[in-house]
Every structure is written in structure tokens, then in C-alpha cells.
Write a new protein. Structure first.
Length: 378
């Protein structure tokens, strides 16, 4: 049975006229497109599910940063599932939905995507605070992490629920969006503004992280810092670049939708722009987890069916890294107590130790991890 209210809005916005002229959703087109969409969504789900399992099974990852990354993986996993379900319920099935189910269909995709962006902001804030405070984590204060994660979800769910709670255009057809025929343009403008502010904040924080790390490295040693600075710059560029590349197209399209009335053909192909934004959920696991050496080992352990071996490898790596400052201190102690060593040797060792500590901090942030307590300069 056709829902006359949904049919009326699709007809008024012109979406019905473009359904037979190439304006179909990617999930309702030819079989090749359908298979491609299903494969992409499955990749998103498997990637992020692997991240969650790796974090859960490896106690080394039970810290603030990886809690945030785990939440990001959960957001992206749900985004992949929701987008697949959204497309399976598109096409002719759209008119068989109740008005409430239509809002649930669209909101279920918007909520995890917005939660994903909020999680990216939380990760950027955590990294920035780590670089400012430069002190070990207090595991007793992890409740703050879960509080922030909870706030991210509350905000995302609230934004997604606004249309079903009444901020829609059911009684005002001229104010309806073309891309989302039951959404009011004012609601879309509000969401665009909020998400753009989040993107700008994320960009500013990562630029600030790069400036802090580069300046702190130069204070410790003016030699051999360019390599690590460039590594961090590449990481920041990838993080910000991928985020902007995936989200900017849909932002621009929504701005066009808000600013102009019917008549712009590109507005009837919005599903492909939304698909690019969802693609960010496939890129996040690569950027935020596989960039970490420990997480790569955990991934390999899970892929090979040798989880215990993956844990041992990650643990051995952590032990080796934690012993490096001790070795430096041992060399410093021996040089101070060996009369055959030149008197300038202790200061050289201390300088090398400080350089190694700063470099390890740079690498920790560049890898998407937080510095271990042994690696943090006092």
C-alpha cells in the first residue's frame, strides 16, 4: 500500500520525475551497483568489527585513546549496517513505509555518521590534551572517557531524532528539502553548520598537535627532528585530508539544497554523495588503527587465527619499548662511574635520552597511539 504523504512529498520535490532518468539510489540500480554497495558495506563492517575484537582481546589497548578508537569503530560499523539497510529499503519500498519508518530509516543512517564525526573530535581532543599535559594516564579516571563517549552518542541521537519529534516539513511543502523530501531545509542548515564547526575544530586541533610536537622536539634537540616532524605532518595531512574529502561533497550538496529551489539536476543524485561520506567509515580503521604498530600486530594475529601469538607480540614490543629508557639510564650510570669515560659523556647520554624520549612521543602521536608512561618526558 502506497503512503500518500510520502508520495506527495516526493512528487512535490521532483524526485518522482527523476526516478526513471538515472536518479535511482545506488542500491536500486543495476546488479553490479548493488553488489558493489553490498561489498563496500561488508568491508566497513568487517574492518571495524576486527578493530573492536582486537581492542577487546588485547589488554595493552585498554587505555583512553583506544577506548575512543573503539567507539569510533562501533560508530563506523553501525554506519555501514545502517547505510546498507537504508538502501535495501529504498526504491519502490520507500512508498510502502509509514511516515515514522521513513524518519527512522533516514535517522538510523544519520546518527552513526554524526557520532563518528563526534568521535573523531573526541580523539583529536584526547591527543591534544596528551601533548599538553605529557603525563601518564590515571586509569581511575577512565569514567571521564566513557562520559565523553556517552555525550557523543546523546548528541548524535538527539540530532537524528529531531525530525521525528516534529522538526520536519510535513505541514509545509515549500520548505521541504529535495534530497530528503520530509526534512525541512532549516533542519539541514542547522546540521550542516554544526558538522562544519566540528570539522573545523578537528582540523585546528590536529594542526595544533603538529605545532606542539614540532616545537617540543626542537627544544630538546635541534638535530634529526625533520624526519619525525615530516612523519607527523603526513599523518595529520592524511587524517584531515580524508575527513574533508569524504564529507565536503555532501556538505556542499546540502548547501545547494538549502539555498536553491527545484531545478538543480545534481540534487537528484545525492545518494552517491552520501556514499562517499559513508566511505569515511572504511577509511577510519586504516588511519586510526592500522597506523599503530601494535594494532597491526593484533590485526595479523586475528587474521591468522593466532590471537595469543598476536598478544604476545604486542606485549613483547611494549616491553622492549619500556626498557629503552632504562637502558639509556644504565648507560648514563656506567659513564658516570667509569673513570675511563670522558667527563662530557654523561651530558651526551642525557641529551640522547631526551632526544629519544621526544622522538618516541612524536612517533606515538603520529602512529595514533598515546605515549606510554615510560616514554613521557617529565
Amino acid at each position: 500500500m502506497i503512503n500518500q504523504q510520502i508520495y506527495l512529498h516526493y512528487n512535490f520535490t521532483g524526485k518522482l520525475d527523476h526516478r526513471d532518468t538515472g536518479g535511482l539510489s545506488p542500491g536500486t540500480g543495476d546488479p553490479t551497483t548493488v553488489v558493489l554497495l553490498v561489498v563496500c558495506c561488508c568491508v566497513i563492517v568487517l574492518e571495524n568489527l576486527t578493530v573492536l575484537v582486537a581492542i577487546w582481546r588485547n589488554h595493552r589497548f585498554h587505555n583512553r585513546m583506544y577506548y575512543f578508537i573503539g567507539n569510533l569503530a562501533l560508530c563506523d560499523l553501525l554506519a555501514g549496517v545502517a547505510y546498507l539497510v537504508n538502501q535495501l529499503l529504498s526504491g519502490e519500498k520507500t512508498f510502502e513505509l509509514s511516515t515514522t519508518m521513513w524518519f527512522v530509516r533516514e535517522g538510523s543512517t544519520f546518527v552513526p555518521l554524526s557520532a563518528s564525526v563526534l568521535s573523531l573530535l573526541a580523539i583529536a581532543i584526547e591527543r591534544h590534551l596528551t601533548m599538553i599535559k605529557m603525563r601518564p594516564y590515571d586509569t581511575k579516571k577512565n569514567y571521564r572517557v566513557f562520559l565523553l563517549i556517552g555525550i557523543c552518542w546523546v548528541i548524535a541521537i538527539s540530532l537524528g531524532a529531531l525530525p521525528i519529534l516534529g522538526w520536519n516539513c510535513l505541514d509545509n511543502l515549500p520548505d521541504c528539502s529535495i534530497i530528503f523530501p520530509l526534512y525541512t531545509k532549516k533542519y539541514l542548515a542547522f546540521c550542516i553548520t554544526l558538522l562544519m564547526v566540528l570539522l573545523v575544530a578537528i582540523t585546528v586541533l590536529y594542526v595544533r598537535i603538529y605545532v606542539l610536537v614540532k616545537s617540543s622536539s626542537q627544544k630538546v634537540s635541534k638535530h634529526s627532528t625533520s624526519e619525525h616532524a615530516m612523519a607527523l605532518l603526513r599523518t595529520v595531512t592524511i587524517v584531515v585530508g580524508v575527513l574533508i574529502a569524504c564529507w565536503m561533497p555532501i556538505f556542499v550538496l546540502l548547501l545547494v539544497d538549502v539555498a536553491f529551489a527545484k531545478g538543480c539536476p545534481v540534487l537528484y543524485r545525492a545518494d552517491w554523495f552520501i556514499a562517499v561520506a559513508v566511505l569515511n567509515s572504511a577509511m577510519n580503521p586504516v588511519i586510526y588503527t592500522l597506523a599503530s604498530r601494535e594494532m597491526r600486530r593484533a590485526f595479523l594475529g586475528l587474521a591468522c587465527g593466532a590471537c595469543r601469538g598476536g598478544k604476545a607480540s604486542a606485549g613483547d614490543s611494549g616491553n622492549r619499548r619500556s626498557l629503552e629508557p632504562s637502558r639509556s639510564r644504565s648507560r648514563s650510570w656506567s659513564s658516570q662511574n667509569n673513570p675511563n669515560q670522558p667527563s662530557s659523556r654523561p651530558s651526551q647520554v642525557e641529551e640522547e635520552q631526551g632526544t629519544d624520549t621526544a622522538d618516541s612521543d612524536v612517533l606515538a602521536v603520529a602512529d595514533g597511539a598515546t605515549p606510554a608512561p615510560q616514554e613521557i618526558s617529565k
